[in-house]
Design a binder for this molecule. Structure first.
Ligand code: DNO
Length: 404
């Protein structure tokens, strides 16, 4: 497994030199300044690559190995007239990356919103700060702030009442904070920031787009991208919808093993792969992560190894727990990934190593009070990486037993 670390570019408060000290060898990054739908120019890729790979020639080298993510333009998701140009641009960006030797590409197909949380500073008993998704607050946003048309049909009477109480308990500042978290998006988001009105109109574009249409549009996009990816030796790694269920009336189609089975049945190309985001899939109570890691092993090119702890009474609410102490059996997930790598070594040398990274670290110690991209603190992620690394080393030293 290759230990990687996400870097948001020169404005990231966690610098390349900080990352080098963590012992990670590979960088996950993107050209965040290029607007969605435009081609990533080769010169800009090379410039970014130089910042990562050649900033300190005397120190250990880092390699930009994974892209997270090339945004998929909304017009592609909606298959609007003229969207072919955006598909062509996406392919051109992929070709430029491949030419620079960057061949693992994460992307997602979430309409309008990318990953979503309601609280960015949720204090845990140890005193660290975590990210949280609170279903009641989210419903309060939907029903009472956004006032989405027909939103009440998505909730039971009891849920509506709880959302009303949650809304009333919030101050104006809290309501504004909640709104910003949802419509302005979180770091690395692949969608634009919106005003509330603009957001309503983006949502209304999907009024007549259900799961089957969105799936058809994803498959149509991939049927053009995959042959080119295969020819270039690029591996695509679709990121799941976070949280993995429909939201705000939007269809979401990469949430469960059944969704993935449909994806691979329709498009079996070996270039068609996934990002096993353990925390995202794990926030759906029916997803069994070790079994997913095993079932989709050959398709896993990249993995985010974080965990969540769901509320016992409201399984749609969760906070981001310690990497090893969550609702998910992380040791078993890592075992399955190691088994998959062993399989590749024996029978499938083309597939190569799996890139893994710590994800959404807590804010702790010197992280607290420093500017931070929510979820992307330095010390919190270092702790996650160190824990995961320990598990990988311990299991790898017993490889024979792991495999048997
Ligand atoms: C959050 C991330 C997402 C992810 C994109 C992938 O931390 O997992 O922003 O990068 O959804 O396209």
């Amino acid at each position: 497994m290759r230990e990687s670390w996400r870097w948001f570019g020169p404005n990231d408060p966690v610098t390349i030199n900080d990352i080098r000290q963590t012992g990670a060898t590979d960088i996950v990054s993107a050209l965040h300044a290029v607007p969605s739908g435009e081609i990533w120019p080769i010169e800009e890729i090379q410039e970014h690559q130089t910042l990562i790979e050649h900033s300190e020639p005397d120190l250990a080298s880092l390699k930009w190995s994974v892209v997270e993510s090339i945004p998929v333009h909304e017009d592609i998701k909606l298959a609007r007239p003229g969207h072919q140009a955006y598909i062509d641009n996406w392919i051109a960006s992929m070709e430029n990356l491949a030419q620079c030797g960057i061949k693992t590409i994460c992307y997602n197909f979430m309409p309008v919103i990318d990953w979503t949380r309601t609280d960015l500073n949720f204090r845990l008993p140890s005193g660290v700060y975590s990210l949280r998704f609170d279903q009641k607050k989210f419903a309060a946003f939907d029903l009472y702030i956004l006032q989405r048309e027909n939103a009440d049909t998505d909730y039971t009477n009891e849920e509506i009442e709880e959302a009303r109480q949650a809304y009333e308990a919030m101050s104006e500042v809290e309501r504004e904070g909640l709104t910003q978290n949802i419509i302005a998006g979180l770091p690395g988001k692949m969608t634009d920031s919106y005003s509330l009105n603009n957001f309503r109109s983006m949502l209304s574009n999907y009024k007549d787009v259900g799961h089957e249409t969105l799936r058809k549009n994803l498959f149509a996009f991939l049927s053009q991208v995959l042959p080119r990816a295969e020819a270039l030796g690029v591996k695509l790694a679709i990121h799941p919808d976070d949280p993995p269920r429909d939201m705000l009336g939007l269809p979401r189609i990469i949430c469960t093993p059944v969704d993935l089975e449909r994806l691979f049945k329709a498009l079996p190309s070996p270039a068609n792969g996934i990002t096993l985001c353990v925390g995202t899939y794990g926030s759906h109570p029916d997803n069994d992560l070790p079994s997913m890691a095993k079932q989709f092993g050959p398709r896993i090119h990249f993995s985010h190894l974080r965990g969540v702890s769901r509320d016992p009474k409201e399984q749609r609410s969760f906070y981001e727990a310690n990497h090893l102490d969550s609702d998910i059996d992380m040791i078993q997930v890592i075992k399955e990934l190691l088994n998959e790598e062993a399989r590749r070594e024996q029978t499938d040398s083309q597939s190569g190593a799996i890139y893994i990274r710590p994800d959404h670290g807590h804010q702790m110690m010197d992280d607290i009070g420093k500017p931070v991209n929510p979820g992307y603190s330095g010390i919190g992620r270092l702790k996650g990486l160190a824990e995961i690394r320990g598990v990988i080393r311990a299991l790898s030293s017993q490889k024979i037993e792991v495999l048997s």
